[in-house]
Write a protein that binds this ligand. Structure first.
Ligand code: T4K
Length: 404
């Protein structure tokens, strides 16, 4: 174990231990020459967008890999969510977790649909079916579960509730590309699921997303919505939007998809180095992935328990940030405390006790192709050293008076 000394900490005024900033979300990339070959083809053929050949190939490969009938690529996952919400004709209220990226809520609110925030199960960070059930009203039209960190929602319980209460069931699978649930690839559950291929995701198309479904009618409708509602050149048969993915994005997406196995392998290795490096540290736990499923290991998610850890999450983040380890408090403070929801639903927090608890403890750490085992060992060494010198650190952070 590489162990930095507390007197070397940037908190004491010295240079950061890492010269380069280490981001959560530094993009992974595939074979550059393959991407450039595709880029040249795009320029040569002068087919840049509008359901071009690379978009179609990207869609076919994803549908095949996930085992679904349809994949509809989009310019990003937020627009893909909006398109599926529109194609399903959702209205009124839709139940979602507050513990998610803001896009899940915005995709609804943007269309005049009320996101209703249900609480999470603190052990999975995903929707608590009991809380979902409590939030259902006569206005509810759907539930959107989020497979946070690529770990599946309680799909069976949500499907049972949705069927019994006659609600649509959608999944925001932005984190879950390449992951499985009970041996089946995520993407094939509910009425429809949505992946993100943003630069920061396990595979990326710079910006991008996709809706995947086994429902033929719904797929046709999503395709219509994606292209302004056009059928043919001059016949618009419904309200639509421009949700198309460009050929350059699809070229990147295909190249990235071809690199998926290698990226997952790097992520899994990094996860194991973090797990070993954090072993025995008091009050900090590393989120686990089910070894019996396919995981993309894309997020290193820790929880810092302020009752048991010598430093709380904010203090630890302050130490790490000074060393250029730019951990992220995903998804603090919860959508319900962000605009416009904090103003619209000022009492939402009363039903979101677990969300508030988890959001106050979570700290995501850097991983991916640019992060080596040596870097992770140093990060873990910084945490260990910071914990061992917590009183001194707290004093430097202005939390404890200096000893006289
Ligand atoms: N649903 C869920 C559950 C989601 O998590 C997301 C997106 C969506 C829906 C919507 O998907 P998209 O519409 O975006 O396809 C990032 C991503 O922007 C966002 O896509 C993602 N979730 C979220 C979890 O993370 P931010 O604002 O927290 O981080 P950002 O984009 O500033 O990137 C993080 C860090 O990565 C940067 O500080 C620097 C580094 N970075 C980023 C980019 C873009 C790079 O080094 N290079 C880059 O090119 O949202």
């Amino acid at each position: 174990m590489i162990k930095p000394r507390v007197e070397d900490f940037a908190l004491f005024g010295g240079p950061p231990i890492f010269r380069e900033k280490l981001h959560v979300g530094c993009p992974n990339s595939g074979d550059r020459s393959k991407f450039l070959e595709r880029l040249n083809n795009i320029l040569d053929t002068r087919w840049f967008t509008n359901n071009g050949p690379y978009v179609q190939e990207f869609e076919q490969r994803i549908a095949h890999m996930i085992g679904v009938r349809h994949c509809i690529a989009a310019c990003n996952a937020t627009i893909a969510l909006e398109m599926v919400i529109r194609a399903l004709d959702l209205r009124g209220e839709v139940i979602i977790p507050s513990f998610t990226f803001i896009a899940t809520a915005h995709a609804l609110q943007w269309q005049g649909i009320t996101p209703v925030f249900a609480d999470i199960d603190p052990s999975t960070h995903n929707l608590d079916p009991a809380s979902v059930e409590q939030m259902i009203t006569p206005q509810t039209s759907a539930i959107i579960g989020v497979h946070l960190w690529g770990r599946p929602c309680n799909i069976e319980a949500l499907a049972e509730i949705a069927a019994r209460r006659r609600l649509k069931l959608l999944f925001d699978a932005a984190h879950a590309f390449g992951c499985s649930h009970k041996g089946r690839m995520m993407g094939g559950f509910g009425d429809v699921e949505v992946f993100s291929f943003h630069a920061t995701k396990i595979i990326n198309s710079f910006e991008g997303g996709a809706a995947v479904t086994n429902n033929d009618v719904l797929a046709d409708n999503i395709r219509l919505v994606r292209n302004f509602g056009f059928v043919g050149f001059d016949n618009v048969i419904r309200l639509g939007i421009n949700g198309k993915m460009t050929e350059v994005s699809a070229a990147m997406g295909l190249t990235s998809l071809e690199a998926l196995a290698g990226i997952v392998e790097v992520n899994r290795r990094n996860y194991e180095v973090y797990r070993d490096g954090m072993a025995g540290l008091p009050g900090i736990s590393l989120m686990e992935y089910d070894p019996n499923e396919r995981n993309n290991y894309h997020y290193i998610v820790t929880e810092v328990d302020p009752e048991k850890a010598p430093l709380n999450r904010e203090e630890l983040l302050a130490v790490l940030t000074k060393e250029n380890v730019l951990g992220r408090r995903y998804f603090w403070p919860g959508c319900h405390r962000m605009a416009p929801y904090g103003r619209l639903y000022p009492n939402a927090h009363t039903g979101l006790l677990q969300t508030e608890h988890v959001a106050s403890q979570v700290l995501a750490l850097p991983t991916g192709q640019t992060i080596t085992p040596e870097i992770i060992q140093i990060i873990c060494g910084i945490i260990r050293c910071a914990f061992e010198n917590a009183a001194e650190i707290r004093r430097l952070l202005g939390k404890e008076p200096a000893k006289v």
